[in-house]
Design a binder for this molecule. Structure first.
Ligand SMILES: [Fe+2]
Length: 232
Protein backbone atom coordinates (compact mmCIF):
# COMPACT_ATOMS: atom_id res chain seq x y z
CA UNK A 1 0.00 0.00 0.00
CA UNK A 2 2.87 2.36 0.80
CA UNK A 3 4.29 2.05 -2.69
CA UNK A 4 0.87 2.08 -4.41
CA UNK A 5 0.01 5.32 -2.60
CA UNK A 6 3.24 6.97 -3.69
CA UNK A 7 2.92 5.79 -7.27
CA UNK A 8 -0.63 7.15 -7.45
CA UNK A 9 0.38 10.49 -5.91
CA UNK A 10 3.27 10.80 -8.36
CA UNK A 11 1.52 9.74 -11.57
CA UNK A 12 -2.18 10.44 -10.93
CA UNK A 13 -2.60 6.95 -12.38
CA UNK A 14 -2.19 3.39 -11.26
CA UNK A 15 -2.98 0.03 -12.82
CA UNK A 16 -5.13 -2.05 -10.46
CA UNK A 17 -6.07 -5.03 -12.60
CA UNK A 18 -6.16 -7.35 -9.61
CA UNK A 19 -8.37 -5.18 -7.41
CA UNK A 20 -11.09 -7.67 -8.37
CA UNK A 21 -10.84 -11.36 -9.19
CA UNK A 22 -11.58 -12.81 -12.61
CA UNK A 23 -15.12 -13.78 -11.57
CA UNK A 24 -16.07 -10.15 -10.85
CA UNK A 25 -14.22 -8.98 -13.98
CA UNK A 26 -16.26 -11.40 -16.13
CA UNK A 27 -19.55 -10.32 -14.55
CA UNK A 28 -18.79 -6.62 -15.10
CA UNK A 29 -17.76 -7.36 -18.69
CA UNK A 30 -21.03 -9.21 -19.29
CA UNK A 31 -23.03 -6.37 -17.72
CA UNK A 32 -21.36 -3.74 -19.93
CA UNK A 33 -21.75 -5.86 -23.06
CA UNK A 34 -25.45 -6.24 -22.37
CA UNK A 35 -25.87 -2.48 -21.72
CA UNK A 36 -24.29 -1.61 -25.07
CA UNK A 37 -26.72 -3.89 -26.90
CA UNK A 38 -29.23 -1.07 -26.50
CA UNK A 39 -28.97 1.82 -28.96
CA UNK A 40 -25.80 3.81 -28.34
CA UNK A 41 -25.72 7.59 -28.55
CA UNK A 42 -23.01 8.79 -30.88
CA UNK A 43 -21.02 11.95 -30.07
CA UNK A 44 -18.89 13.85 -32.57
CA UNK A 45 -18.06 17.21 -31.06
CA UNK A 46 -15.38 19.62 -29.90
CA UNK A 47 -15.59 20.98 -26.37
CA UNK A 48 -14.87 24.65 -25.67
CA UNK A 49 -13.98 24.14 -21.99
CA UNK A 50 -11.04 21.93 -23.00
CA UNK A 51 -9.69 24.12 -25.84
CA UNK A 52 -11.95 22.38 -28.37
CA UNK A 53 -10.42 18.93 -28.02
CA UNK A 54 -12.48 16.21 -29.72
CA UNK A 55 -14.98 13.65 -28.42
CA UNK A 56 -15.56 11.05 -31.14
CA UNK A 57 -17.27 8.01 -29.63
CA UNK A 58 -20.58 6.48 -28.56
CA UNK A 59 -21.86 6.60 -25.00
CA UNK A 60 -24.24 4.87 -22.62
CA UNK A 61 -25.41 7.43 -20.11
CA UNK A 62 -25.07 7.23 -16.35
CA UNK A 63 -28.76 7.05 -15.48
CA UNK A 64 -29.36 4.17 -17.90
CA UNK A 65 -26.47 2.22 -16.36
CA UNK A 66 -27.74 2.94 -12.83
CA UNK A 67 -31.24 1.77 -13.70
CA UNK A 68 -30.19 -1.38 -15.52
CA UNK A 69 -27.17 -2.79 -13.70
CA UNK A 70 -27.60 -3.63 -10.02
CA UNK A 71 -24.10 -5.13 -10.12
CA UNK A 72 -22.40 -1.91 -11.25
CA UNK A 73 -24.51 0.06 -8.76
CA UNK A 74 -23.61 -2.16 -5.85
CA UNK A 75 -19.95 -2.53 -6.68
CA UNK A 76 -19.43 1.22 -7.13
CA UNK A 77 -20.70 1.77 -3.59
CA UNK A 78 -18.91 -1.21 -2.05
CA UNK A 79 -17.22 -0.23 1.20
CA UNK A 80 -14.40 -2.68 0.72
CA UNK A 81 -13.63 -1.25 -2.73
CA UNK A 82 -13.92 2.39 -1.67
CA UNK A 83 -11.88 1.84 1.49
CA UNK A 84 -9.08 0.28 -0.56
CA UNK A 85 -9.12 3.12 -3.08
CA UNK A 86 -9.17 5.65 -0.24
CA UNK A 87 -5.96 4.21 1.17
CA UNK A 88 -4.31 4.40 -2.26
CA UNK A 89 -5.63 7.96 -2.80
CA UNK A 90 -4.59 9.12 0.67
CA UNK A 91 -8.00 10.74 1.09
CA UNK A 92 -11.62 9.56 1.30
CA UNK A 93 -13.11 8.40 -2.01
CA UNK A 94 -16.77 9.35 -1.69
CA UNK A 95 -19.63 7.86 -3.77
CA UNK A 96 -21.45 11.16 -3.96
CA UNK A 97 -21.47 12.60 -7.47
CA UNK A 98 -24.25 13.98 -9.63
CA UNK A 99 -26.54 11.32 -11.15
CA UNK A 100 -25.31 12.01 -14.67
CA UNK A 101 -21.64 11.46 -13.75
CA UNK A 102 -21.72 8.29 -11.66
CA UNK A 103 -21.00 6.04 -14.61
CA UNK A 104 -20.22 6.25 -18.29
CA UNK A 105 -19.67 3.56 -20.88
CA UNK A 106 -17.84 4.73 -23.96
CA UNK A 107 -17.29 2.83 -27.17
CA UNK A 108 -14.83 3.85 -29.86
CA UNK A 109 -14.97 1.90 -33.09
CA UNK A 110 -14.15 4.06 -36.10
CA UNK A 111 -10.77 5.15 -37.38
CA UNK A 112 -10.07 8.51 -35.70
CA UNK A 113 -12.29 7.89 -32.66
CA UNK A 114 -10.79 9.47 -29.55
CA UNK A 115 -11.55 11.07 -26.23
CA UNK A 116 -9.46 14.24 -26.50
CA UNK A 117 -7.48 16.01 -23.74
CA UNK A 118 -9.60 16.75 -20.68
CA UNK A 119 -9.87 16.68 -16.92
CA UNK A 120 -12.74 15.40 -14.78
CA UNK A 121 -15.21 17.42 -12.78
CA UNK A 122 -14.67 15.03 -9.85
CA UNK A 123 -11.45 13.77 -8.29
CA UNK A 124 -11.47 10.03 -8.99
CA UNK A 125 -12.36 7.48 -11.63
CA UNK A 126 -11.91 3.73 -11.91
CA UNK A 127 -11.78 2.66 -15.54
CA UNK A 128 -12.55 -0.89 -16.59
CA UNK A 129 -11.06 -1.81 -19.97
CA UNK A 130 -13.86 -4.00 -21.29
CA UNK A 131 -12.28 -4.41 -24.71
CA UNK A 132 -9.23 -2.87 -26.34
CA UNK A 133 -7.45 -3.57 -29.61
CA UNK A 134 -3.68 -4.15 -29.64
CA UNK A 135 -1.77 -0.89 -29.02
CA UNK A 136 -0.66 -0.86 -32.67
CA UNK A 137 -4.22 0.34 -33.43
CA UNK A 138 -4.27 3.09 -30.76
CA UNK A 139 -6.59 3.52 -27.78
CA UNK A 140 -3.81 4.04 -25.21
CA UNK A 141 -4.13 6.53 -22.36
CA UNK A 142 -1.92 9.61 -22.04
CA UNK A 143 -1.60 11.52 -18.77
CA UNK A 144 -0.12 14.81 -17.58
CA UNK A 145 -0.42 14.69 -13.77
CA UNK A 146 -0.34 17.67 -11.40
CA UNK A 147 -2.18 20.03 -13.71
CA UNK A 148 -5.45 21.82 -13.08
CA UNK A 149 -8.49 22.77 -15.10
CA UNK A 150 -9.45 26.36 -15.69
CA UNK A 151 -12.57 25.96 -17.83
CA UNK A 152 -12.36 29.57 -19.02
CA UNK A 153 -8.71 29.26 -20.11
CA UNK A 154 -7.50 25.63 -20.22
CA UNK A 155 -4.12 26.33 -21.97
CA UNK A 156 -3.73 22.65 -22.81
CA UNK A 157 -1.01 23.13 -25.43
CA UNK A 158 1.02 25.21 -22.98
CA UNK A 159 0.71 22.47 -20.36
CA UNK A 160 1.80 19.84 -22.91
CA UNK A 161 4.90 21.87 -23.76
CA UNK A 162 5.94 22.35 -20.16
CA UNK A 163 5.22 18.92 -18.63
CA UNK A 164 6.14 15.29 -19.32
CA UNK A 165 3.39 13.12 -20.88
CA UNK A 166 3.08 9.50 -19.80
CA UNK A 167 1.54 6.92 -22.17
CA UNK A 168 -0.06 3.70 -20.93
CA UNK A 169 -1.13 0.73 -23.03
CA UNK A 170 -3.69 -1.83 -21.88
CA UNK A 171 -5.01 -5.25 -22.56
CA UNK A 172 -8.62 -6.33 -22.27
CA UNK A 173 -9.62 -6.78 -18.62
CA UNK A 174 -7.22 -4.19 -17.19
CA UNK A 175 -8.47 -1.68 -14.61
CA UNK A 176 -6.91 1.63 -13.67
CA UNK A 177 -7.51 4.28 -11.04
CA UNK A 178 -7.15 7.90 -12.11
CA UNK A 179 -6.88 11.19 -10.23
CA UNK A 180 -9.15 12.88 -12.74
CA UNK A 181 -9.32 16.47 -11.46
CA UNK A 182 -5.54 17.06 -11.59
CA UNK A 183 -4.48 14.68 -14.37
CA UNK A 184 -4.92 16.01 -17.89
CA UNK A 185 -5.60 12.92 -19.99
CA UNK A 186 -6.79 11.62 -23.37
CA UNK A 187 -6.89 8.48 -25.47
CA UNK A 188 -4.74 8.08 -28.58
CA UNK A 189 -7.05 8.00 -31.60
CA UNK A 190 -7.74 4.65 -33.25
CA UNK A 191 -5.72 4.49 -36.45
CA UNK A 192 -8.12 2.01 -38.04
CA UNK A 193 -11.60 0.68 -37.27
CA UNK A 194 -11.33 -1.36 -34.05
CA UNK A 195 -13.38 -2.00 -30.91
CA UNK A 196 -12.49 -0.13 -27.72
CA UNK A 197 -14.96 -0.16 -24.82
CA UNK A 198 -14.57 1.13 -21.27
CA UNK A 199 -16.71 1.52 -18.17
CA UNK A 200 -15.99 4.59 -16.05
CA UNK A 201 -16.99 4.78 -12.36
CA UNK A 202 -16.64 8.29 -10.92
CA UNK A 203 -16.24 9.30 -7.27
CA UNK A 204 -15.64 12.52 -5.39
CA UNK A 205 -13.12 13.65 -2.82
CA UNK A 206 -14.60 15.45 0.17
CA UNK A 207 -13.35 18.75 -1.23
CA UNK A 208 -15.54 18.26 -4.34
CA UNK A 209 -18.73 18.16 -2.30
CA UNK A 210 -18.72 21.87 -1.55
CA UNK A 211 -18.11 22.94 -5.15
CA UNK A 212 -20.77 23.71 -7.72
CA UNK A 213 -19.83 21.44 -10.61
CA UNK A 214 -22.72 22.17 -12.94
CA UNK A 215 -21.16 23.75 -16.03
CA UNK A 216 -22.33 24.12 -19.61
CA UNK A 217 -20.15 21.28 -20.94
CA UNK A 218 -22.00 18.09 -20.00
CA UNK A 219 -21.58 16.63 -23.48
CA UNK A 220 -22.13 13.01 -22.41
CA UNK A 221 -25.60 13.95 -21.13
CA UNK A 222 -26.54 16.41 -23.85
CA UNK A 223 -24.77 16.47 -27.20
CA UNK A 224 -26.06 20.04 -27.64
CA UNK A 225 -24.53 21.27 -24.37
CA UNK A 226 -23.62 24.94 -24.73
CA UNK A 227 -19.85 24.32 -24.76
CA UNK A 228 -20.10 21.59 -27.41
CA UNK A 229 -19.49 22.36 -31.07
CA UNK A 230 -21.19 19.50 -32.95
CA UNK A 231 -19.64 18.26 -36.17
CA UNK A 232 -22.69 16.38 -37.44
FE1 LIG B 1 -11.49 11.08 -18.55
Amino acid sequence: MFSLRHEFARNGFIQLRDIVDDGVREKITAAVNSLIEHPLERRDLHLATTDNTPRYMSVVRSEFIAENSPLINTLSKSEVLLDTLSVIAGTRVVPSVSRDEEYLITKQERKGDTHGWHWGDYSFALIWIIETPPIAKGGMLQCVPHTSWDKANPRIHELLCSNPIATYGFKTGDIYFLRTDTTLHRTIALNEDATWIILNMTWAAEKDLVRNLHGNDRWWEDQHAEAAKNLT
